[in-house]
Design a protein around this ligand. Sequence first.
Ligand SMILES: [Zn+2]
Ligand SMILES: [Zn+2]
Length: 390
Amino acid sequence: MALERHELRHWDGRRLFVYGELRGSLASEGHADEGGATGEPASEGGRDLHQRLDRLTGDWIAISPARNVRPHLPDESSPGPGPSADGGAACPFCPGGAEVPFPYDAAVFENRFPSFVEAPPLVATDPRVSPSQGRCEVVLYTSRHDASLGTLQPEELARLLAIWRDRSAALWADDRHRCVMVFENRGALVGATIAHPHGQVYAFDRLPPRIAARATALEAGRAATGRCATCDVIADDLAEPARRVIDVDGFSVAVPFAAHFPFEVHVRARRHGAGRLADLDAAELRSLGAALRAVALRYDALFGFELPYMMVALEAPAGVPDWHLAFEFLPIHRTAQLLKIRASVETATGLFINDTLPEASAASLRALVVAAAIEVDVPAISEAAAPGRR
Ligand SMILES: [Zn+2]
Ligand SMILES: [Zn+2]
């Protein structure tokens, strides 16, 4: 059963992909393509986007002034499900909101406040500056405001996996991109300004520093041992049950040996060659869905509240054969009350100090009783001939 993808354009040129049945249109449809197809920076302040080289570290820093005006959560509560009838704060991600003004099942749109855009403003001829080439997309997991990664219905989770595969494959296929990252910031503590269940996809025109460092480490591992270092890590994860969180075919689900964060969990493809979402077969996709759901449910059960976390899908950059696809969960809590704050030493040096024993964290997560596993069958995507497209 294929899942249809409809491509639409907002009045400001930003793409909107609706997955499944199309139940409405954008007011601007028809004339949007003329201006929109150029990919002009969509947001206010988009013309200030650029990257700067820190010559003392070799790192590139993305300068994105418009992000300072993006919406923030009120102190006490986030916008409720919307659209709001009473004039109160309504959720812009709910059906009928600013981003998808009609009913939908799941959707992806280009971020109103991007740090990287398809057609970035030109920059001066200066080796310290470069255009902010890339993409920033937002993935709406479901129209249900109160859902979460752990509580998606089987068909919603299957659709989400299909959407991640579809968007990441499309962005990897663009040769301007050297790195694509699907991720989710869940909770205000890690910067999610809107409570509606959503994640994001970024595409970068160069390998970000830690991604480049990993690629280099894998190359060095291969040179030193003749083997894939990731295969070795997975063999250790499977051989050391004290760090294992759950058992799933096709993936290792464990607190890593050298965890940076107290309750960090890595969900890593076991099969050598499964470097990207697009490489997974149907059985592996089923396992991935089960694993992600199991981890999210355990986080929610850990302290009795929806644990904020960062979740990043790390896919293999081109030419890095020893990189296995991994979803890495990075929650910042040490206990129900205490947060892991990266203070002077860790921020300045990049050295992490983990105040917990990874084996103890894994034991806590493993012991939790959560809802039973579900089975997902991830659909293939088919492109619909949407009205309003070229
Ligand atoms: Zn909502
Ligand atoms: Zn391997």
